[in-house]
Structures are given as structure tokens and as C-alpha cells.
Design a protein around this ligand. Structure first.
Ligand code: LLP
Length: 437
């Protein structure tokens, strides 16, 4: 079993996280339970920010809230001094309710609605990452009407393939995101934005994909963007002052994964920008990086209770837990792989091979296709690791299953940050029309 961060074994052979015995957490908060390691999240934020400060370029780290966002997470990110990337009215509303500084918000999304843009303009959002001409026209109209100068980055697709699952690749030229860089679309949008009085064009954004291990892909995207800034500067006389290179840093889900360290990631991107700006004789832009998964992914663990264990012909043994694709759809969606342990017998020898499945009414509801664990029985606790990113944020009420609770653990203390949904929550939007009463 690979234990990272504050995950340890105690004298009872139980898994502990942030100094809390997971068996006690299960008793106190119930299962399924998302457990977040506060010290680990903070340390990730600090490593990124401190490394960036040491680079010969001005910059800012912003957290991609789509990975996991709640009021407490907004507070934590604010305390660590990061900015925040939001992609919807709901994420923006969360940040507003948490009192997050609006000037540090980057508003993303490929189809922001007029209502979302009005909400952002009223709130005083710091940056609009504009994805297409529809949005540029709409934002200019709305900001003009409200007498506001919206600070804008244009999202471009640099045409870099990121060696990751095709659903989570976004920087290639057929992507639904951004202005195409090579067919003139991006230049046209730049000229248009420069012509709008209620738009303050500050620079460009790109994001090549997610769960990336390839250093060259990040460096290549940075160089392509610098080249483009130079080209536009020569053609229009306007020079971008901010360059946001997106997120995408991969994490270690299993031992086959070999992530780039935070220090290397920040240094390689800033080196690529600094050295290439020198080559093409361009003033250094401010750089922005917006990691999500790498800040929160490895710091989350999902704790389940084991129910049915069933051997089927062919030798496979299904181990069913009291959650599934409703709290973690990533295996079903992206063939994601996870490691896990029996939290109440974490010191026992692993001897049996299981297929971990959930309780949803669907054969595809598999969490782990094959894992070797100690001999399991009903009532055991299964801890699935690295579920901090894109699990709660992509969870659903499929089969009307309430979503789990989440706790933040640190120094032996556990604080509830998401209350467990109950059956009343499930009914809360249902209405019986008059004629059926
Ligand atoms: N910036 C932009 C514009 C993005 O679209 C994303 C992720 C990020 C930053 C953060 O990327 P990260 O550092 O987390 O890789 N649901 C998928 C991942 C989708 C990523 C979407 N965009 C999954 O579960 O793997």
C-alpha cells in the first residue's frame, strides 16, 4: 500500500489521515465519506506559490475550482493567497458566498450565459477568459451598458496534443474551446476586442488538457503562445501583458503514474516563457497557472463500507461498496484507475483479488477493475485513494442516492465541510402538480 501525505497506519492497524483514525471517522460521520487532508492541500498550495515567487517572472497561481469547490475550500484557497478559476454561475456564487476576493477570480467557460455575465460584472470579477465571438460581443454589450471595463483574456487553442485521455484534452485545434490560433480566428478576435471600449484586453489563455505527465507538452504550449504574442505585437502594435497557461499537471493515481513535481512544473513553464521571450525579444508577460487536480486530487480519500462480496463463475470476486459511480464516475467515464486499502485492516497481508463495484443499477458501475486486498468481509471499510479531484464535483444523485458528506482532517481533528444529503434533499425540488393531488 502506497501511503503519501499524512496517511499512516496506527497501532490498531487502522488507516489514519491527518492524525484521525478512519474507523472512528466512519463511526462519527458515516460512509461513504470524502476525507480531505487539510495540511496536504495547504502544503501543495504553498509549494506552488513559493516556487513561482523564485522565478524571474511575475506570476500568480490560481486554483481551478471545478476540481472541488465548497465554501470551506474557497476559504482555504483565499488564506493561501491563490486566485480562483470558476466556470459557472454556481461556482461564482460559491466564491461570492465565501467572501472570496472577486478581483482574484478568473471566469472561464465556453458558453457563459447573459445572466452569468451580469452576475460576474455586478460582483466585480477580475478576469473574463473569453472563449468565442458570441461571448466577446455579449460581454462588450453588457459591460458597456453597465459602464464597466471588463478585463479580458482570450482563450486560444495552441494545437498541442497532451498525451492524455481524449475527453480531457482541450488544446488541440478541433477542441470546442477557444479561438483557433492558426486559421486567423484568434487575430480577428484580438482586433475586435481591442476595438471595444468596454473591454480591456490584457492577454491570452490556453489549457492543453488534464492529467499530463509530459514536460514537453507544457513547454511547447508556452513557446507557441509566446510566439503568438510576438506575432500579434508585430501586426497590431498591441502586446499582451498576461499569459495564462492553464492547468493540467498530472497526479499519482497508481504506481504507474509518474507526475512532474510542483517545483519542476512551475520552473519548466516559467523557463520556457522567459527563455523564449528573450529569443523573440518580447517583454515578459505576467504568467498565470491554474492547477486543480494536482492541488486537491491526492489529498482526498473516499471511505466506503463493504456490503456484498460475491464470487462469479470465471473466478472474479465482486466487492460491493455503499457508493459507486454516483460519488465517483471517473472509472466509468475515463477508465480511471485507483488504489485502495481496507482501512480497518490496513496492516493485513493482501491476498485476494477483487473487482470493486458500487450500488448503482448499472453493470458499468465499477470503481476498480482489479485490486489485491486483504480478505474482506461485510462491514469492512474500503478507502479509495486520490479521489479529491473531480469526484464530489462530478457526483450525482443517480438512482436517487444521496451524496456523501465530506470532512477536512488535520492534526487529529475532523471538521465537517459538506453535510451528508438526506432523503428530504432528494425530494426538495420535486413538485406534484395540482391535477395529481
Ligand atoms: N483550466 C482550465 C481552463 C481547465 O479547463 C481545467 C480543467 C483546469 C484549468 C484544471 O485542470 P487540472 O489541473 O485539474 O488538470 N473531469 C475530468 C477533468 C476535466 C478537466 C477540465 N478542465 C477528470 O475527472 O479527469
Amino acid at each position: 500500500m502506497h501511503l503519501s501525505g499524512t496517511k499512516k497506519l496506527n497501532e490498531k492497524g487502522h488507516l489514519t489521515i491527518g492524525g484521525c483514525d478512519t474507523v472512528e471517522l466512519a463511526k462519527r460521520f458515516g460512509t461513504p465519506l470524502y476525507i480531505f487532508d487539510e495540511a496536504g492541500i495547504r502544503s501543495n498550495c504553498r509549494r506552488l506559490c513559493e516556487t513561482l515567487k523564485k522565478q524571474p517572472v511575475q506570476g500568480q497561481i490560481i486554483y481551478a475550482g471545478k476540481a472541488f469547490l465548497t465554501l470551506a475550500m474557497c476559504k482555504l484557497i483565499q488564506e493561501e493567497g491563490l486566485g480562483l478559476d470558476v466556470v459557472s454561475g454556481g461556482e461564482l456564487y460559491t466564491a461570492l458566498a465565501a467572501g472570496f476576493p472577486m478581483e482574484k477570480i478568473y471566469f472561464h467557460g465556453n458558453n457563459k450565459t447573459p445572466d452569468e455575465l451580469i452576475m460576474a460584472l455586478e460582483a466585480g470579477v477580475g478576469r473574463y477568459v473569453v472563449d468565442n465571438c458570441y461571448e466577446l460581443d455579449l460581454l462588450s454589450k453588457l459591460s458597456g451598458r453597465m459602464n464597466i471595463q471588463a478585463k479580458v483574456l482570450l482563450r486560444l487553442t495552441p494545437g498541442v496534443s497532451a498525451h492524455t485521455h481524449h475527453y480531457i484534452q482541450t488544446g488541440h485545434e478541433e477542441s470546442k474551446f477557444g479561438f483557433n490560433l492558426s486559421n486567423g480566428q484568434a487575430l480577428e478576435a484580438t482586433k475586435k476586442a481591442l476595438g471595444f471600449t468596454s473591454i480591456d484586453l490584457l492577454g491570452y489563455h490556453c489549457h492543453i488538457g488534464s492529467q499530463i505527465f509530459c514536460e514537453d507538452s507544457f513547454a511547447l504550449a508556452a513557446r507557441i503562445m509566446v510566439d503568438y504574442i510576438k506575432q500579434v505585437s508585430l501586426e497590431t502594435g498591441w502586446t499582451a501583458e498576461e499569459l495564462n497557461l492553464g492547468g493540467g499537471l498530472g497526479i499519482r493515481y497508481t504506481e504507474e503514474d509518474t507526475p512532474i513535481s510542483f517545483e519542476r512544473y512551475v520552473a519548466l513553464i516559467s523557463e520556457a516563457v522567459v527563455s523564449h521571450c528573450r529569443e523573440v525579444q518580447l517583454p515578459l508577460p505576467r504568467i498565470v497557472m491554474e492547477p486543480g487536480r494536482s492541488i486537491i486530487g491526492e489529498m482526498g480519500t473516499t471511505l466506503y463500507t463493504v456490503g456484498s462480496i460475491k464470487q462469479v463463475s470465471g473466478g472474479k470476486t465482486y466487492l460491493a461498496v455503499n457508493g459507486g459511480m454516483c460519488d465517483n464516475p471517473r472509472t466509468a467515464l475515463y477508465q480511471a484507475q485507483y488504489e485502495a486499502a481496507l482501512a480497518n485492516k490496513a496492516a493485513a497481508e493482501s491476498e485476494n483479488t477483487y473487482t470493486v463495484v458500487g450500488k448503482c443499477c448499472e453493470s458499468g458501475d465499477i470503481l476498480i477493475h482489479e485490486i489485491v486486498l486483504p480478505k474482506a468481509k461485510k462491514g469492512d471499510l474500503l478507502a479509495v485513494f486520490c479521489t479529491g479531484a473531480y469526484n464530489y464535483s462530478m457526483a450525482s444523485n443517480y438512482n436517487r442516492i444521496p451524496r456523501p458528506a465530506a470532512v477536512l482532517v488535520n492534526n487529529g481533528e475532523a471538521a465537517l465541510i459538506i453535510r451528508r444529503e438526506c432523503f428530504e434533499d432528494i425530494l426538495s425540488n420535486d413538485i406534484i402538480p395540482e391535477h395529481m393531488k
